[in-house]
Structure formats: C-alpha cells, structure tokens
Design a protein around this ligand. Sequence first.
Ligand SMILES: [Zn+2]
Length: 288
Amino acid sequence: MQFIALDLEWNNVYGKKIKGFFNEIIEFGAVKVDAEGNIYDEFTCLINTQVGKKLRANTKEITHITNDEIKTGILFTKAVSEFKKWIGTEDTVIMTWGDGDVRVLIDNCKYFGCGDRIPFLNKYMDLQRYFQRIKCTSKSQQIGLSNAAEMVGISDDGYSLHRALDDSKITAKCFNAIREDKIINEYIKECNDEFYSRIVFKNKVISSMKNPLVDKSYLNCICEECGKPAEALTKWKYSNQYFRAQYRCENCNKDYQVNVRFRKLYDRTEIRKIVKPIVEEETTEAKQ
Ligand SMILES: [Zn+2]
C-alpha cells in the first residue's frame, strides 16, 4: 500500500455558475511515503485560476503566492490528470490534515466538470482525526498542523508553512511519528457513495419544536438538590442554537436555566443539555 500526503492551497472567490462563494484551488503539493517513513517522491503545481483571476489579499498574505506566479500555473483539470498520473496504478491511500481539503476538491471537481467524484481518490485517511485519537486530544478542538508537528517533536524550521508541498511534507512527517499499522486500517476509508454523502453532509442545528427529531423527553429539569422534577417557569424559546427555558423547584426554592440543543448529524441526532442553577445577584439581595 502506497501512502501519499496531500495538501492544497485555495483562494475564496465568488462563482457565478453556482451563485455563491467557493474555494478555488491554487496549488497542489504531495509526497509519497514508504514503509520506513522516507519521503521518496514529490508532486507540486500551481493552478492558473479561472474564477478568481486575482488572489485575495489574505490568500497572498498567508501563502506568499503572487498573481504573477498564478499565471504560470496549469488548469485545474490538467492538474487533476497530472496528479492521477503521478500516483500511478498502485493501491494508494491519500492522507490530508483534516477533511477540508477533500471537501474543497469535491467542489472544484464539480465546478470544473471533472464529475461528482474526485478522479484519483479511492482510499482516504483524515490524518488529523487519527492524530487526535493517538494523542487522545479533545474531539471538539481541532489541532492545527504546526501544533501537531510541535507535539511530536518535528521542527518546521526551514519549511514554508501554508505552501502546499512543504505542508504535505510536514503532514507526512507527522504520519511517520505516529504510524501504527494495526490502528491505521480503522481510519482508512473506501471512497464509496457513503463516504461522499457523509463528507458533504452539513450538520444542522434544529430550531423548530415541531421538528420530529426534537425528543421532548429532554425538555424538562430535575432538581439537583432533591432529585424531583422542577416546574417550568417559562415556555421553551429558541435562540442561538439552543431551546431555552427556566424551571423552579418549589421544594428547594431553587431556579434553573435549562438549555437544550438538538443537532442533526449524518447518522444521528446529537443532544446537548446544560442545566445551571440561577444564582440571585447580590444587588437584588442587598435591596431586600
Ligand atoms: Zn429541589
């Protein structure tokens, strides 16, 4: 099995064809890694952009790529076919740091008529996800590539961060530092229909009580002091992602703020419930 670390740079532009903003890829960078962790081949190319003829100021600032350099690039469709040729016929796993690069690739392939699928992607691994599992870091907070490199003792001195080739090299080094072939298999995804529908799925917070995914059994409050159900003081109101209401336990003379969020994920509904006692402010006490 051949492992390839891939990194892309892009420029946010308005696409008339889709009547919205999208990230147009401006650079590909990738390296092949052998079983001993050596980088033995590399691929890099700039894209002659078609939608955004000029780079945005922040793109230039982050990547240090200039408009003149972009003009020397090749068309996106050509880059895809060159990259496919470079990969070759071997069974290959493409790795990226986080799945954002894959989503951007899907958008670009659609926009430039390469189809609904990424032509060179058969097996994929989100290295950021794997890294966070191995290093047991919080799932809710994503680790950036340079922080990850630092965590495993890789120096990014001498590399141009936010240039595709150098970022792909650092990605490959992070992979080598934590590579455990027994666990890796769990993280290698076949890029089938389910893979695509999962990756393009957008999580959605539910804002209407009428939505059947709202499980009403969560819309209550148990007093933390006496363990009895508290009574609703207000109706449930939706604001800023959460349904919110106040409850009172008459036994304990205690008020609670209850916030519940229902979020539709690809294959389940995620429920987050926060119950906090309402502490009376000192100023009101002083008045009494
Ligand atoms: Zn109580």
